[in-house]
Design a protein around this ligand. Structure first.
Ligand SMILES: Cc1ncc(COP(=O)(O)O)c(C=O)c1O
Length: 394
């Protein structure tokens, strides 16, 4: 069984033992079982899944549907046909806004969104609101504070009986905060679209039990192959999906659901799907409760250490060590650009994320670290040492 805090199953990490990789929120290295699965797919019969009636094509399609069932179970969907494979979370969100949104908003209504969320989460809905402005569709903002928390009062002010869709982020990509949907006054008739890019693979997730009818997931942030992802649409929302029957016929000869007809037009990425399914099996052998607990330990150690370094400000709420945590944390160093801090850490072989963080507006000071199951306390200490040295330079 893969051990928490061990690099053992990650060839990219064992190849560079002195490297501290703290950018899992951008992309996770692939573990051995995923690499083995991808290799097996590429070495095996090369048929296009379902394109053709011969045994290779049929078998490839069967493996693709097995992969769907596996990831749907991992996400806690009620039925496999509620999940389709996409090219990452960006593609999944654009799909929802383009192919589910227009019917959902045909009679007008408000799209509630947070301008402080990832551009991939927000932009498709803003484009849709602009396109449907003349049909009475508006984009209405709710905000986060500097630590990434949503103020339920501010949310309640933005929500109304006009609210048709609430676009929410499960775990914020910079602050690492989890959105408590139950604490928000979401109008009962509104549909909730949840971006789970930073929660899937880090924290327990059961979409069927959540308030969300729609969801997106990024495969390469949860040990899947690069450029993979998933879109979730609960069955009772399938009737709103615009299916292009002719385009659907460009895919495999099969009908699973309106969701898969629309989201999986053209040739299927059989290797990507199988790789992603094996990533879910890998995570299941460890258990997401344990992953979230491990990440809470690392995040607590980091927050404790960083709060003792003069000039460092944490950009997230206090970590509750007793609860699973996303393992994502952000900070700023007084008087320094995030890019300079990241470069100073990089010199010490500690890789973190700086830049605009795919958010709207300037974040020049913010640095993000994102731990995952292969990180250990020594990695946190290497980060803290580098940070103390960087803060001293000021
Ligand atoms: C919250 C959030 N949503 C969406 C995305 C986009 O994901 P992908 O890389 O799968 O397109 C990211 C990636 O950083 C993210 O953090």
């Amino acid at each position: 069984m893969p051990g928490l805090g061990s690099r053992q199953h990650f060839p990219a990490l064992t190849a560079e033992p002195d490297l501290v990789y703290l950018d899992a929120a951008s992309g996770t290295p692939c573990p051995e079982p995923v690499i083995a699965q991808l290799t097996a797919e590429l070495r095996g019969p090369a048929a296009n899944p379902g394109r053709g009636g011969h045994p290779w094509a049929r078998d490839a399609l069967r493996r693709f549907e097995d992969a769907r069932a596996a990831v749907a179970a991992f996400l806690g969907a009620s039925f496999p046909d509620e999940v389709a494979f996409t090219r990452g979370a960006t593609g999944a969100m654009a799909f929802l806004a383009d192919r589910w949104g227009p019917a959902a908003l045909a009679n007008g209504g408000d799209i509630l969104y947070c301008p402080d969320d990832h551009l991939s989460t927000v932009r498709p809905w803003l484009r849709l609101a602009e396109r449907m402005r003349h049909q009475g569709v508006r984009a209405v903002a709710y905000r986060r504070d500097r630590l990434g928390r949503i103020d339920p009062g501010d949310f309640a002010r933005a929500a109304s009986e006009r609210t048709a869709i609430v676009v929410a982020t499960d775990v914020h990509n910079l602050h690492g905060t989890r959105t408590e949907l139950d604490a928000l006054a979401i109008p009962p008739a509104a549909t909730v679209c949840l971006d789970c890019s930073q929660s899937a693979g880090r924290l327990p997730l059961r979409l069927a039990d959540s308030r969300a009818e729609l969801g997106v997931v990024s495969g390469h942030k949860m040990f899947g192959p690069p450029g993979t992802g998933m879109v979730y649409v609960r069955r009772d929302q399938h009737h709103r999906i615009a299916v292009d029957r002719a385009a659907a016929r460009s895919g495999p000869a099969r009908h699973v659901s309106p969701l898969t007809d629309a989201a999986e037009e053209g040739s299927l990425d059989g290797a990507g799907a199988a790789g992603l399914a094996s990533a879910t099996a890998f995570l299941d052998t460890i258990g997401l409760d344990r992953v979230g607990g491990h990440l809470a330990t690392l995040a607590t150690r980091f927050a404790d250490g960083a709060s003792r370094i003069g000039g460092v400000t944490l950009l997230g709420p206090p970590v509750d060590a007793g609860r699973p945590h996303s393992g994502i944390a952000a900070f700023a160093v007084d008087g320094q650009l995030g890019a300079d801090v990241a470069f100073a850490l990089e010199q010490r072989r500690v890789y973190v994320r700086a830049g605009d963080h795919c958010l709207n507006g300037p974040r020049e000071d913010a640095v993000r670290v994102s731990f995952h199951l292969y990180n250990d306390e020594n990695d946190v200490d290497r980060l803290l040492q580098g940070l103390a040295a960087a803060a001293e330079r000021d």
